[in-house]
Design a protein around this ligand. Structure first.
Ligand code: ZN
Length: 225
């Protein structure tokens, strides 16, 4: 079993420490990709992804929102992650927070001031700004909470590991927050086996109307009652 994200993080930590890459996770873990990743909208992350993971663009499904926040097990972002797996073939999921996140640094009063500067008065904003915008006090705890929602989502199968990481916005170094392989069975559910075929029935001569159409494409029709 390839533990792709363990391989990626170990690779990232060697490379960001200065070791030249001799292999790339892109080649070593191709069967466990693409990786579905949720990050913040911070533009400082643009240079880092997917490079700091050692992945090619087509191996990386990138979702973003302000603060890489997951609001619930069936929230809009969880729904997108679920479709990234179900429709786009994502094999593993990572919620990737980053150091120095503006959402963590923004207080409710800051937010009220910023909106006022944009001509939006306090009474136009939701009462509970903290919950509405998902303001958080710790990048790590925000990642843990996001992973927990995704892991418990009925839309995400148990076969898909869900990880939490933190990236250093300056160096691109990754750190573990939640290792999604812990407690993960690694067993991908297989389709149920076909039921044993029923014993052959005695053949009964069929009226011509039920017989297979000929190769000229004539359509078999039911007889009128
Ligand atoms: Zn951020």
């Amino acid at each position: 079993m390839v533990r792709a994200v363990e391989h990626i993080v170990a690779w990232n930590q060697r490379v960001t420490a200065g070791e030249p890459p001799s292999t790339w996770p892109a080649d070593d873990c191709a069967s466990s990709l693409p990786l579905v990743a949720l990050t913040c909208i911070d533009p400082r992350l643009n240079v880092h992804f997917p490079n700091v993971l050692g992945l090619r663009e087509e191996q990386f499904i990138w979702l973003r929102n302000a603060g890489n926040i997951i609001f619930g097990t069936t929230s809009s972002m969880t729904r997108s992650i679920a479709l990234a797996c179900a429709v786009k073939g994502g094999r593993e999921i990572a919620v990737i927070g980053h150091t120095d996140c503006g959402v963590r640094k923004t207080t409710m009063n800051d937010l009220i001031d910023r909106f006022r500067e944009l001509g939006i008065a306090r009474d136009q904003l939701p009462d509970d700004l903290r919950s509405f915008f998902g303001l958080f006090a710790s990048e790590r705890e925000n990642v843990i909470r996001g992973v927990d929602f995704v892991r418990r989502s009925p839309l995400i199968g148990a076969a898909v590991p869900v990880h939490g990481l933190l990236v250093d916005v300056a160096s691109g170094r990754l750190e573990w927050v939640v290792n999604g392989y812990e407690g993960w069975s690694g067993v991908v559910p297989q389709p149920l086996p076909e039921p044993p075929s029923a014993p052959a029935l005695p053949t009964v001569p069929q009226p011509a109307i039920y017989q297979t159409p000929d190769w000229s494409g004539n359509v078999l029709r039911r007889p009128p009652r």
